[in-house]
Write a protein that binds this ligand. Sequence first.
Ligand SMILES: [Zn+2]
Length: 353
Amino acid sequence: MQPDLRITLPDDWHVHLRDDEMLEAVAGHTARRFGRAMIMPNLDPPITTVAQANDYRARVLDAAAAASGDTRPFDPKMVLYLTADLSIDDLIRGHQAGSVLAVKYYPAGATTNSASGGTSIISFKPVLEAMAEHGIPLLVHAEATSAELDIFDREAAFLETEMQPVCEELPELSVTVEHLSTAAGVALVRSYANTSGSITPHHLSCDRSDLLANGMRPHLYCKPVINSRTDRDALRAAAVSGDKRFFLGTDSAPHPLATKEAEVVRAGIFNAPYALEVVAEVFYQEGALGDLERFVSINGAVRYGFEPSDKLIRLRRRSEEEVAKDPPADLVTSEGVRVRMFGVAEANLWTIA
Ligand SMILES: [Zn+2]
């Protein structure tokens, strides 16, 4: 008997929807599968004011409505990019009005459109103190950027030099370490009461041998980089544990195929279309489907102060006799730009409606 379950409609607590024709092409994939989504602000230029966030949210809703063909209400949650220009008054007003949910810290140079980011989180202490006072969560891309550091050690290094001091100096500040990629990240989240962690489908399902051992796989290249099998297994253990501090954030990040198959490959994996199939397969392999709903639909909503959705989705694992449905492997924008989708194999194993 193959699994057949109904769970609360999931939320995606970390997604890149981009803008313009890429936004139009990808927004429906997130809106069809998720009730809420935390929309990353690393556009070029970044979203740093509440007015920009409101405008971007309207564009996201337009693109989602045009593409999804679905009556489900989709609720994008907006985020401001932490830069030296961020106005504390604007942030607090926007948060109180419900326009902005959180603030994102990027280390300068760590990933796509992170040039506006900081060189030290604690240098933003006045903003962080105001956030702690007003209950505004800090979302962190936890990756050291020093050229001296090995790429596989960068998350752990950042946690030690940047994250721990913030957690200790500002224990009231709500912190989400995003896209956890290491056992060290899981351990940090477990050691501070006000800290939580999002985990991606690709960090749960792959390790660095998948990335590098049988030919180099540019479509598995992301930041923070997919790490060791030990790290993957620590992430799986955290995800299936039911611990309310861990929840799904896909970090779905579309890049044109031409920039993923290139001399220098852009970091990012577009997983929104099949993210739930990938995570369902991980939980199935772990014998933990009973904990799937907590990870994808409950923990994150509660963490950010929302009721879990009152809608349900059905996930059914297909029997071996059922014919493979061969879901699309690429998305094509209105301008003819192709984007490779992650999780086609799992999409052949699971039916979600
Ligand atoms: Zn991201």
